[in-house]
Design a protein around this ligand. Structure first.
Ligand SMILES: [Zn+2]
Length: 241
């Protein structure tokens, strides 16, 4: 019996090591295996200590997947802010509002962005990465859209009625200068690096840096958002659009 007791744990340990090895091999994916790549991105985010919330977990509405186009081989990242009516807060109602609004207003087939990062550094799945985004005016092919879930425009930006109202509130002290929270900045920086593990990204831009943008696209991601983008670009060695 004593021999058995000595033998068994050794045998068990060896078997476990082999099982572990196989698990590791299973997450090595080829770039053409799109479903596995989507999952591997999620795994990498979690390995980096960040929360990743899949679209099925934030109650995304059904998309019009029959109308959506495939896209892959991404080379560019576009950073957005949620818009001037948003502020830091719980992500789920914001994502639902953005999705509803985009599906209504611009007849998008789903939320336009592939990913969202809230003010607390959590990463959310938007449109499935296997589908082409709808977040940059006539410039979506090969571009991954990432939205930071707050307003990053300064009160005077825009020069329209929204900016007038924002300036008045600002003068009253009710509207603080927007800022990218440190934890969100860290998550966004890590997430950009993770996406570069999977795609040959050459370019990082704020929405309004892409050519031919109109309306809110000319403001997005706000002066404060653009400052973040420029710093991230300098640090990463990526090009401007
Ligand atoms: Zn935008």
């Amino acid at each position: 019996m004593a021999d058995d007791v000595h033998y068994k744990p050794e045998h068990w340990t060896k078997a476990q090591a082999e099982a572990d090895y196989k698990k590791k091999a299973a997450i090595t994916v080829t770039v053409n295996d799109r479903a596995a790549t989507r999952q591997a991105i999620i795994t990498r985010v979690r390995q980096n200590g960040m929360e990743f919330v899949e679209r099925s977990s934030w109650g995304a509405h059904k998309n019009r997947s029959e109308k959506m186009k495939d896209d892959w081989g991404y080379t560019k990242l576009a950073i957005h802010h949620a818009g001037r009516s948003f502020s830091c807060g719980p992500a789920v109602p914001q994502l639902q509002e953005i999705q509803s609004e985009q599906m209504k207003r611009i007849s998008a087939d789903d939320i336009g962005y592939h990913y969202a990062i809230d003010c607390f550094g959590n990463v959310f799945e938007g449109r499935d990465i296997r589908f082409k985004g709808e977040h940059v005016h006539e410039y979506n092919t090969g571009v991954i859209g990432i939205v930071l879930l707050e307003n990053l425009a300064e009160p005077e930006e825009g020069g329209d009625i929204v900016s007038v109202v924002k300036r008045i509130f600002s003068a009253m002290g009710a509207n603080e200068q927007p800022v990218v929270p440190e934890i969100q900045r860290e998550s966004a920086t890590k997430f950009i690096a993770i996406l570069r593990e999977f795609f040959a990204i050459t370019t990082l831009g704020g929405h309004r840096e892409f050519p031919g943008q109109t309306r809110e696209g000319k403001i997005c991601p706000g002066n404060v958002g653009l400052t973040f983008v420029k710093k991230a670009r300098a640090a990463s060695g990526l090009a401007a659009p």
